[in-house]
Design a protein around this ligand. Structure first.
Ligand code: PHE
Length: 340
């Protein structure tokens, strides 16, 4: 029996050395200390031992059992420790590692310029209003003094959704929407996307405009020129001058195109101004009495001025961008150059 215990003890130590997980530990328990384990076997064998030797052998087996339990306990604690180490290793955070940098976006140049334009006009007391991009014929044309058969409708190649519903071709329907809800004095800006079915180097089927509308007693074309003078000086250069040229829009009378003196050559003539010394930047005029009437405002008491500025055009002039496509391709190498 002595020999047997000795052999078992060696076997047990060998097994124990291989135990490195909870699963192996519980298999070890079953094989040695379990009900059907080797030590239980030893106990069973006690019956075959001579009666007088039994107490001594029984004691030996019990001692061995206590020893085995002790070794089991030690191993169990060791495994706890190993598991903790492993978990700590896995969950370790190296605070010296450089963090992955968050990509910071930049504002699109159109947005930068739109905001800047709003700022300039807000300083003159303008409020901002936004209208829908899907409009009806009434707001986009008819109530702006462009009746159904009016030839001026051909000036703007319209995307029709149905007979009466369309993508707004300009921000001018915003004038109607504002005047329907507010009474003079009115001083609003309507920035937004507009749509026309033409597309070439200088035209995109979607572009941005900023409408301006001022309605009050005694408003004249001089107010328009004064405000636009302010605007171009703040936007471009204090030396820049404006010039009004007669033009035609059904919703303004008189109507004007507004040029700015070329800030590249100071008016001497260069590539940017096509050697004219002037650059066209917007259309505007005195609000047609019919438009006021269509919105329930008495043209004998009130008058107004309106203008529509192409935001792409201002952006290109401001940053010296010669290809409008760049503004829509969204190439990050291009866009990253603009910081708010
Ligand atoms: N809506 C005109 C256009 O898109 C511009 C404009 C606005 C002209 C306001 C006069 C007054 O061409």
């Amino acid at each position: 029996m002595d020999q047997k215990i000795k052999a078992l003890r060696e076997q047990m130590e060998q097994r124990l050395n291989l135990v490195d997980s909870r699963e192996k530990l519980s298999a070890f328990w079953q094989d040695f200390l379990g009900k059907k384990g080797s030590i239980a076997e030893l106990m069973k064998g006690l019956g075959a031992v001579a009666k007088e030797e039994r107490p001594a052998v029984g004691k030996l087996i019990n001692e061995f059992k206590t020893f085995a339990e002790q070794r089991y306990q030690e191993r169990s604690e060791k495994i706890d420790e190993l598991e903790l180490q492993e978990r700590n290793r896995r969950e370790q955070v190296d605070i010296t590692l450089p963090s992955s940098r968050r990509q910071q976006g930049t504002m699109h140049p159109i947005s930068i310029v739109r905001n800047e334009m709003i700022n300039v006009f807000a300083n003159m007391g303008f409020e901002v209003f936004e209208g829908p991009e899907i409009e009806d014929d009434d707001h986009n044309f008819t109530r702006l003094n462009v009746p159904k058969d009016h030839p001026a409708r051909d000036m703007q190649d319209t995307f029709y959704i149905s007979e009466d519903i369309l993508l707004r071709t300009h921000t001018s329907p915003g004038q109607i929407r504002v005047m329907d809800h507010e009474k003079p004095p009115i001083k609003v800006l309507v920035p937004g996307r507009v749509f026309r079915s033409d597309s070439d180097a200088t035209h995109s089927p979607m572009f941005h405009q900023m409408e301006g509308l001022v309605v009050d007693k005694g408003i004249t074309l001089c107010d328009l020129q004064g405000m636009l003078d302010q605007f171009v000086r703040r936007m471009f250069d204090a030396e820049v001058r404006t010039r009004l040229r007669p033009s035609y829009f059904p919703f303004t009378e008189p109507s004007v195109e507004v040029d700015v003196s070329c800030f590249e050559c100071g008016g001497k003539g260069c590539g940017l101004c096509k050697h004219t010394g002037w650059i066209e930047v917007l259309g505007g005029g005195v609000v047609h009495p019919n438009v006021l009437k269509n919105c329930g405002i008495d043209p004998d008491v009130y008058s107004g001025i309106a203008f529509g500025i192409g935001i792409e055009r201002i952006t290109m002039l401001k940053y010296g961008i010669n290809n409008m496509g760049l503004l829509f391709e969204n190439d990050l190498r291009f866009l990253k150059q603009f910081k708010d």
